[in-house]
Design a protein. Structure first.
Length: 192
């Protein structure tokens, strides 16, 4: 009897591995992963084409990485300028008029929509490119966070280019996935 149980267990493991391979190779989800929380909309999500759902799943990893990176950069800049200039740092920092106007317009557009305000912090209403410009204009206060201003400019430019497809629902090419990982590595090296 014990041999039959062992044989059953081994057979089950082999079947699971074969199914794992098929799911991976054919980019299928057979719904075997019961341990994860189902957070997709059961009514609408299944109506999208399989290819689109597969791309979304692949892109989710890159979105999550960029989300963490961008939010941490915003927090770091906000915290540093607040410590250097005080609570009203937004009014005191060197920020160009076009950026200030864009932020003011974005806040007003959100208020006019009657949606929940995303943040009380003006910095959260800047584009990623504007965020980099704020750092460049206030380098004397923020430069000690990084080991090179040229390196900062290069990494931020690369991140801004990589952000486009991620933020605008386009799949990243294989080379760009590698470039994203390398650029994130460069970011952490820059803060060394």
């Amino acid at each position: 009897m014990e041999d039959k149980i062992k044989l059953f267990a081994i057979s089950n493991q082999m079947t699971e591995r074969t199914l794992d391979y098929l799911e991976s190779d054919l980019k299928l989800d057979l719904g075997r992963d019961i341990g994860t929380i189902q957070d997709k909309d059961d009514e609408y999500y299944p109506q999208f084409q399989h290819l689109i759902r597969t791309e979304a799943k692949e892109m989710a990893v890159h979105y999550e990485l960029f989300y963490c990176l961008e939010v941490s950069i915003r927090k770091m800049v906000n915290d540093k300028l607040r410590s250097e200039l005080g609570e009203n740092w937004w009014d005191l920092a060197d920020i160009s008029d076009p950026i200030r106007k864009n932020v003011k317009d974005n806040i007003q557009r959100e208020a006019d929509s009657a949606f929940t305000q995303r943040s009380e912090d003006e910095l959260d209403y800047t584009t990623f490119g504007e965020l980099g410009e704020i750092v460049r204009k206030n380098w004397e206060k923020l430069g000690d966070l990084f080991n090179s201003q040229k390196g900062f400019n290069r990494v931020m430019n690369n991140l801004n280019l990589l952000r486009g497809p991620i933020a605008h629902c386009s799949p990243l090419a294989e080379d760009e996935v590698v470039r994203l990982r390398l650029t994130v590595r460069d970011w952490f090296r820059l803060m060394g």
